[in-house]
Design a protein around this ligand. Structure first.
Ligand code: GLU
Length: 296
């Protein structure tokens, strides 16, 4: 079981076309099924028009996927339940720090303070040591917490972990060491939504029976946290392939937030599916999707 899991925060770009084609190809090779999951947990950035556009672009790309399409916003109760399991085990804590307070605490740590794999300074664990009385005081003032994973406690529970990558051609697998500690105390429940990317992705992959995850290399490091959460929640571990990313003319990875390189705009300006496939092949990126335009 495979899934393509875009967040409807902006229009899809070439990187998404590559990812969904590779997912479809892998589903074919494995005689498996492809799901579409809309990761719309963000109440402000997720937009209905982007969801419609995703389905329309996938149609144009000639990708078919199973119905029904899952929208994460319909499954919040599942994430809340998973979070409660971690809370009952004392593995999470409420954090009342503002962005400014975190920045100041990081500054105070000095220039050697480490960054996480995405380049943000690690959270300095300020609220780990809040007492129950202090936390209650914040709540009484109406402060809304985000909830963080105490990664030291979590890793003490699970011990060292591995995840498994697979080769897209031979399907040979390789054990990889998970290093969740390099992410520090990640946020599992945000202030504005009762979950987070990390929590909902592992819960859904398990609930949807996903066995093979094909996604961009930019998410490879996140697999550390996903592996830790899977171990804590007793969820099965899928196999992973993190595929190469497409870079824009500026050499930077494509990002939805930029909007400039939207596939729909490129298509409206005359890009064809075959030309896009040819571009990927010229870039020596393996795409086996059928050539030719989809039938009208
Ligand atoms: N929703 C994520 C994104 O749009 C991808 C999640 C995943 O594949 O794990 O980048």
């Amino acid at each position: 079981m495979l899934r393509f899991a875009p967040s409807p925060n902006g229009p899809l770009h070439r990187g998404h076309a590559l990812s969904v084609w590779l997912n479809a190809e892998m589903a074919r090779k494995l005689n498996g099924r492809l799901l579409l999951r809309i990761e719309d947990i963000d109440p402000t950035r997720s937009r209905a028009e982007h969801i419609e556009a995703i389905e329309e672009v996938l149609d144009w790309l000639g990708v078919s996927y199973e119905q029904p399409v899952r929208r994460q916003s319909n499954f919040m109760a599942d994430y809340v339940q998973a979070f409660q399991t971690l809370k009952d085990r004392g593995l999470v804590y409420p954090c009342f720090c503002t962005r400014t307070a975190i920045d100041a605490a990081v500054q105070a740590k000095g220039p050697e303070w480490p960054n996480d794999p995405d380049g943000s300074p690690l959270y300095p664990q300020t609220c780990r040591s809040l007492t129950a009385v202090e936390a209650a005081g914040h709540l009484a003032l109406g402060d809304k917490p985000q909830w963080r994973l105490d990664h030291t406690k979590a890793i003490a529970v699970t011990g060292p972990l591995r995840w498994t990558s697979f080769d897209p051609e031979t399907f040979l697998t390789t054990a990889r060491q998970a290093r969740p500690e390099r992410w520090g105390d990640v946020v599992l429940v945000r202030k504005d939504t009762p979950t987070s990317y990390h929590l909902s992705v592992v819960v859904d992959d398990a609930n949807q029976g996903v066995t093979h995850i094909v996604r961009g290399m930019d998410l490879e490091a996140a697999t550390d946290i996903h592996t830790l959460l899977q171990a804590l929640l007793g969820l099965p571990q899928p196999l992973y392939w993190h595929h190469p990313l497409i870079h824009g003319p500026d050499g930077k990875k494509l990002a939805k937030s930029k909007g400039s390189d939207s596939l729909a705009l490129e298509r409206d300006a005359g890009l064809t599916r075959s030309a896009l496939l040819a571009d990927f092949r010229n870039a020596r990126i393996l795409v086996d999707a059928e050539d030719g335009e989809p039938e009208a």
